[in-house]
Each structure stands twice: as C-alpha cells, then as structure tokens.
Design a protein around this ligand. Structure first.
Ligand code: MTE
Ligand code: MO
Length: 374
C-alpha cells in the first residue's frame, strides 16, 4: 500500500496505522470539499490492483435477472442516468482517541486505529444510483431485503482470510441513498479510495461504502461477514469484557450528529483582543446540520454560530463553519462545540457518556484547551 500512499496522499498525512494503511489529514486540511490527497484512508487489508478494461461487477442472489456489469456499461448514459452528489464519509472510529484517553478497555478495537477528528471527509462523487442498477436487473425478488457488497481486497482476522464484505438494508437503495461511484471530485477514483468503482452509502458509517466493488449479492438478512457481524458494533456503556458478545452489540448504520473544532488545536497559546476565531465541521447522518454552538467555558455558556458562517447545506454532507468567539478570561480555558440537526438531535456533553467497549462513534462535544492571553 505504501506505493499508493506516496503517490496519492499528501505528504503531511498522519499515518494512523502502517499496515493495513490508515491515515488522516491534519485538521486544517478538512475543507468544505476535501481534496482527494487529503481525504482520510481506512483499509482493512491491502490495496488491490484492478485493470479497468477487464473490470466488471456481478449482481446476484435475490434479484430477478442476475447480471455482470462492466464499467463501460455503467458509464453509458443511454443505459444509466449519471448522478453527482456531495457526500461526507465518516468512519465510526473518528475521534476514538478521546475514548482511549477516557478508558482504553481491551476490546477488539484496541488493535485498531486511534483516530482523531480527521477520519471524515467530503467529496463530490459521480456514478450511478444503485436503484437504477437493481431496476436494470429486473428488481428484487420478494424476499430480497439486504444488499451485500464485496470488495476485491482480502484481510486477515484471527488466522482466517476474508474478502471485505458488508451489507445495507434494501430501503437505503430504494430511496436513492446508495451510489456506485467511479469519480471523486471530478477525478477517477484514486486506487487507495476504491478504483475503479466503490459504493457510497449516504448518511451511514463509512464501513458500508465498500471500495473495489466486485459483487452485489441480494440477501434476506444482513451479511454474515465478519465486518458486518463482529465489527462496528455499539455496546451500552455498562458493558465490559464480562458481558460483551457480538450478539449484544448493535450494528452501527446511520451516523449520529457530531462536530469538531479544526482550528486552533489543543494546547495552542492564543494572543487576542477579546475574540478567538474557531473553525470546524458539523455533520448528521440522518438530517441537516442546522445549528452549531461554541462554548468558551467547557459547556456552560453557548454561543450560536451565525448561519452565514456555516457552509452550504447538502443533505448528506457536513457543514464547515467559522466563529469569532468572545473571550475575556486569561489562562487555560476549555472550548467545545456542539451541533443540532433538523430533528433537534444534539451531542452528549462528555465523552464518558458516549464511551463504549469497541470505542466507536465518539459523538460527544469536542473539546480543546487553549492558553488565552488577552
Ligand atoms: N472497502 C473495502 N473493500 N475495504 C475496506 O477496508 N474500509 C471501509 C470502507 N470501505 C474498507 C472499505 C471503512 S471502515 C471506511 S471508514 C471507508 O471505506 C473509508 O473510505 P476511504 O478509505 O475512501 O476514506
Ligand atoms: Mo471505518
């Protein structure tokens, strides 16, 4: 994978894991549309090399007319209408480092990546809605309720080799929230992001957006593959090693509302005239990020970020924001951010109320400590 990291990623990527390669950009590179070289990378195994001229994917299982579909067919606008949509992808491990600092436990994810605020990014993805592809295949059979995606990459877990595989409920496809994409921000998908074709599932955990797609299998129940059944499970905060089993975790799908401060960063010394400028992102997998608030005293008093300081609204993308926060006090101060979405969902105040055994979905208010010189 290193060859692709050098070729396709920015020099200042933070390498979170060497192999499988996992990396995130420094926070300041999280722009409204994230540049491809700055987009975080989450891999379970290696990066497969695929010849696009020989490439096809299969649609099979509980579908009326199983088919093999090549890239040329998918790009043929007389068969499939093309769609271009701005979508954020967020790994459920985003900001895991805060849970590790709270209490690392000894769950499976301990061997996993200690992500910061950068395991999320936003791109304009171009491709074809999976709904059109399923329609082309005659539609689902009556008991076809889940769509299982297979990647060309293999990975190892506990001595066994697997192909990457995950599934999403068919209703997600029916509402046009699953895209098969070959372009990322107007460029062919970089190899490291799934060339030649990947799935983009809007509003869901990044794990469902299968890269290097080889097969779509329509099934009656969620995928039995280990990534679906044994990873990306959320346990209640009371559960620990005495009582955690795969069957009592629930599968993470829609991402909750969350946000983060991108600048300044923790421990910065800020010399100012009564105002400190903050930038950040805010995202909700189930709706629109409507309101962002910043606190200058650890979550007591909240200031609303004016709407004109929030970037454009896209249904399945974050909004980046900036805010000049009033600050009178001097010395070490704790600032934090929270977002509200259009269903009035907001974030837990402290990381301990979001803590869970596998250290997923750190959606509590993001905090930075700054030294204020006024
Ligand atoms: N698809 C395949 N085939 N293999 C993988 O390891 N990782 C998933 C998902 N799709 C993965 C995959 C996870 S956990 C995430 S968060 C996203 O890809 C990350 O997408 P990116 O690397 O393009 O940012
Ligand atoms: Mo992920």
């Amino acid at each position: 994978s290193w060859k692709y990291v050098l070729k396709e990623k920015s020099e200042d990527m933070i390498h979170v894991l060497q192999f499988p390669y996992n990396g995130e950009p420094p926070r300041k590179r999280l722009t409204e549309i994230t540049n491809n070289p700055d987009f975080f990378v989450r891999n379970h195994g290696g990066i497969p090399e695929i010849d696009p001229s020989k490439y096809f994917f299969e649609v099979e299982g509980l579908v009326k007319n199983p088919k093999k579909i090549t890239l040329d067919m998918l790009k043929d606008e007389s068969i499939f209408p093309r769609q271009s949509t701005v979508v954020s992808l967020q790994c459920s491990g985003t900001r895991r480092i805060e849970q590790i600092h709270e209490y690392p436990g000894d769950g499976d994810e301990l061997i996993n990546a200690p992500w910061g605020e950068g395991a999320i990014g936003t791109a304009r993805w171009t491709g074809v809605s999976l709904k059109k592809v399923i329609k082309y295949c005659g539609g689902l059979k009556d008991n076809g309720a889940h769509l299982e995606f297979f990647g060309a990459d293999t990975y190892f877990k506990k001595g066994q080799v697997y192909n990457y595989a995950v599934s999403v409920p068919a209703r997600k496809m029916k509402v046009n929230e699953v895209l098969l994409a070959w372009e990322m921000n107007g460029e062919p998908l970089p190899a490291i992001h799934g060339f030649p074709l990947r799935v983009v599932v809007m509003g869901y955990i990044g794990a469902r957006s299968c890269k290097w797609l080889t097969r779509i299998n329509v099934i009656a129940d969620p995928s039995m593959a280990p990534v679906q059944m044994k990873e990306y499970l959320y346990y209640t905060p009371q559960m620990g090693k005495q009582n955690v089993t795969y069957s009592n975790g629930f599968s993470i799908q829609t991402m909750p509302v969350s946000s983060a401060i991108m600048t300044p960063v923790n421990n910065d010394v800020i010399i100012h005239d009564g105002k400190i400028t903050f930038t950040g992102w805010a995202y909700s997998g189930s709706g629109w990020p409507e309101r962002v608030e910043v606190s200058n005293d650890g979550g007591g008093v909240w200031y609303e970020v004016p709407n004109e300081n929030l970037s454009k609204k896209y249904f399945h993308a974050w909004r980046t924001w900036s805010f000049e926060c009033p600050v009178d006090a001097e010395g070490w101060l704790e600032f934090c951010v929270r977002c509200w979405d259009d269903a009035l969902n907001t974030q837990p105040t402290y990381v301990r109320s979001a803590w869970n055994w596998d250290l997923h979905v750190t959606s509590s208010c993001h905090r930075v400590k700054l030294y204020s010189v006024n």
